[in-house]
Design a protein around this ligand. Structure first.
Ligand code: AGP
Length: 371
């Protein structure tokens, strides 16, 4: 009913709108004012965490993209090697696991069969399994050694939105906690990054408040048969997520690429008028911003219609952006939490223009309980 949807036409719109709160709820009660983390509820002792020498993050779909984002943060803060794997592929490649391996699974529903089977396999190999999950008491947390709930509230729409953002935040809390326990040299970053994470709900709210320009763009582009998404570093999984949302909701060809891979093949796809979203990393010492700007120049020279997501104050992108979506200035690792929001809004409005059922796209189920 309309009441259940909180006045929105679709659950998905309601859930996009709830994201500032969802992220705040993931953080709630998990850190003290002095910037120390407390994750006592998760049932893994500090000694057990200190023994971990490898982390494998396993998930499907959008949760897999959260895992891809998490890898950057986990390796950076914990200095523990981290792999990311699709749940449906994991147990078929004879993975190397033992009791010092921490397997982290990510699932909104807690009922995804591919992920459940991966957990069973990992535990048979004596790895410890920690699940990041949004659904209390679901199968995945019940079958895991430990659990960290995302507390995003029920997600009804088939296309995941607030689930994704809260999963990234939960993974970051876990990574920072492990860094705190291990006392890595990045420990100093914990308090400052936590302070930045605290500001995220306001940044996400701003992206919601500025949604009209994205909806207008979706109306203009609703005739497109193909749309590309580019990103680098944590912006790469954001590009994949933007493309998945569009596939799920609009049933058009949409594909995400690592911007640096363009020249290795995908640039051949670019033709006159092709819409291409580009997520531009914040300016930093790593030159990723500059390299992304040159990718934008290259595709635009070949006729692409560029839709650029770049932080406030990035003027380098202006000459090459047919449409410019501004993002608040945040540390690179946090950019997915603001950059994903306009892509969700875009997919939703694009599908709406085509008259599709936003909450229940064809051929899809909210939880995929078969392998
Ligand atoms: C996301 O929009 C999808 N509907 C889908 O990819 C989903 O993320 C995937 O099936 C995993 O679900 P889970 O998080 O409930 O395990």
């Amino acid at each position: 009913s309309a009441a259940e949807k909180g006045g929105f036409d679709w659950f998905m719109l309601k859930e996009i709108d709830e994201q500032p709160r969802a992220v705040a709820d993931t953080l709630l009660g998990r850190h003290s004012v002095d910037g120390r983390l407390q994750l006592d509820e998760m049932r893994l002792s500090d000694d057990e965490l200190r023994e971990v020498d490898k982390i494998i993050v396993i998930a499907c779909g959008t949760s897999f993209y959260a895992a891809m984002v998490a890898k950057y943060a986990i390796e950076h803060w914990t200095r523990i090697p981290c792999e990311v794997e699709l749940a449906s592929e994991f147990r078929y490649r004879d993975p190397i696991l033992d009791k010092s391996t921490l397997v982290v699974t990510i699932s909104q529903s807690g009922e995804t069969m591919d992920t459940i089977m991966a957990i069973r396999y990992a535990r048979q190999q004596r790895a410890r399994v920690l699940s990041i999950c949004n659904t209390n008491g679901s199968t995945i947390p019940r079958e895991s050694d430990a659990v960290l709930y995302t507390h995003a509230g029920p997600e009804i729409a088939v296309a995941s939105t607030k689930g994704f953002l809260s999963q990234i935040v939960a993974c970051y809390l876990l990574a920072l906690y492990v860094a705190q326990v291990k006392g890595t040299k990045y420990g100093d970053e914990i308090a400052s990054i936590l302070a930045e994470i605290q500001k995220l709900p306001a940044g996400i709210q701003r992206m919601l408040d500025e949604g009209d320009q994205v909806r207008k763009l979706a109306t203009e582009l609703a005739g497109s048969r193909s749309i590309l998404f580019l990103g680098r570093h944590v912006g790469y999984p954001v590009a994949l997520e933007g493309a998945l949302k569009l596939k799920e909701l609009a049933y058009i060809h949409a594909e995400g690429f690592a911007a640096g891979e363009l020249k290795h093949g995908p640039i051949a796809l670019v033709e006159e008028g092709l819409p291409v979203f580009v997520v531009v990393p914040p300016k930093g010492r790593d030159q990723l911003q500059e390299k992304t700007v040159s990718s934008i120049q290259e595709i635009r020279a070949r006729g692409a219609r560029t839709i650029v997501l770049a932080e406030d104050g990035d003027e380098d992108v202006v000459p090459y952006a047919d449409h410019l979506i501004r993002l608040p200035k945040v540390p690179t690792l946090l950019q997915p939490l603001v950059a994903t929001v306009p892509l969700q809004i875009f997919a939703c409005e694009f599908a709406n223009q085509l008259g599709h059922d936003i909450d229940q796209p064809r051929n899809l189920a909210k939880s995929v309980t078969v392998e």
